[in-house]
Design a protein around this ligand. Structure first.
Ligand SMILES: NC(=O)c1ccc[n+]([C@@H]2O[C@H](COP(=O)([O-])OP(=O)(O)OC[C@H]3O[C@@H](n4cnc5c(N)ncnc54)[C@H](O)[C@@H]3O)[C@@H](O)[C@H]2O)c1
Length: 328
């Protein structure tokens, strides 16, 4: 039995608690939230004790922690949990600063604790299958990767102001997906962006519409586009073109019913947003973390993957500011 301490019982903390409730040999024993009332629902369902974050980390009844608190708290919690010898599952992004992630790598390496960076999209059954088929050689060498990621509507301005910007907050998932699909790192990053959805996002110093072109050492090219708006729902697609063919994964719809009339064909809408679209991915990533942490096996994506995506986000922000490609 693996005992979990859950730090942060907000949107994503609740998702992880639900996933654990469906797993064997894993249970939540301790919970913390800056507002303890946020933890009461999970405590009632699991019997876990509500304590301070420090107490959760120090508890002998906790083998591993899930860090599901706001990004600016991850650094201190990672340091404390690593020093206490706990396995760490940390929400993305690890931090908004590459230097601070390097500090986290140091403590995680020194203490040797298992660590997963929660890039959940790698575990989406569609994207995972597509990636496995690339690696199995089905389309030969990868030449062009296209990743499209559009949210149904933008978050509040108060969120945008603390988010670190579209590249570090939203496109960070796509940077990791690019590395996952390409099988190699980017060597150049070129970004363009604009505030087309809400001028207030521009006033807050961010963009809501962005496109990034990546190149790799082998010559492969990847294009990522993001929008904070999609009138037709959450849009998540990838396409990979290789020397021997093409693989693509489309949106997941609310149901598979299709109608046809004289006006044309119609399908159900896409699954509403990330909590629905990636429900299976959240469960699979946590299962893989638990299995690896219990067995002491290698974990992927690890903290170095967290840094690699962050460096791409930083390069994209720099490219947008300067109008020039940035070398990594
Ligand atoms: N992988 C994904 O798809 C995904 C999706 C959403 C959020 N996230 C990440 O998860 C993290 C949390 O995001 P969220 O949307 O769940 O936020 P949220 O605001 O809904 O929840 C965060 C919770 O943490 C609590 N909290 C704040 N400081 C704390 C502290 N020091 N100790 C204990 N609890 C504390 C808050 O009271 C809140 O209940 C962020 O890093 C975010 O980027 C990842």
């Amino acid at each position: 039995m693996l005992n979990i301490g859950l730090l942060g019982c907000g949107r994503i903390g609740q998702v992880h608690a639900l996933s654990i409730a469906r797993m064997d040999d894993v249970r939540i024993t301790a919970l913390a939230d800056a507002f303890p009332e946020a933890a009461t629902g999970i405590a009632a369902k699991t019997g876990a004790k509500i304590m301070s974050a420090d107490e959760v980390i120090a508890s002998p009844d906790v083998d591993a922690v899930i860090i599901a608190t706001p990004t600016d708290t991850h650094y201190d919690l990672i340091h404390a949990a690593a020093r206490a010898g706990k396995a760490i599952f940390c929400e993305k992004p690890v931090d908004l600063s590459a230097d601070r992630i390097r500090d986290c790598i140091k403590i995680v390496t020194e203490t040797g604790v298992p660590f997963m960076t929660a890039f959940n999209r790698r575990f989406d059954p569609n994207f995972a299958t597509l990636q496995a088929r690339i690696r199995a050689g089905e389309i030969g060498s990868v030449e062009l990767v296209t990743i499209l990621s559009r949210d149904p509507s933008p978050p509040p301005i108060s969120y945008i102001e603390r988010s670190g910007g579209i590249f570090r907050d939203m496109m960070i998932h796509d940077f990791d997906m690019a590395r996952f699909l390409l099988g190699e790192d980017a060597v150049t990053v070129f970004a363009v962006g604009a505030a087309l959805v809400d001028p207030a996002i521009g006033t807050a110093g961010d963009v809501d519409t962005a496109a990034v072109t990546l190149t790799t050492a082998s010559g492969a090219i990847c294009q990522i586009t993001n929008s904070r708006r999609a009138t037709y729902g959450y849009d998540q697609r990838v396409e990979v073109h290789g020397a021997g063919g093409m693989l693509r994964a489309g949106n997941v719809l609310e149901n598979t019913v299709e109608s046809a009339t004289g006006a044309g064909f119609a399908t159900a809408p896409t699954q509403h947003f990330f909590l629905e679209r990636y429900e299976a991915a959240y469960r699979i990533e946590l299962t893989q973390f638990m299995e690896a942490a219990s067995k002491g096996a290698a974990i992927s994506p690890n903290i170095h993957d967290g840094l690699a995506a962050q460096l791409m986000a930083d390069a994209a922000a720099q490219s947008l500011e300067t109008g020039l490609p940035v070398s990594l």
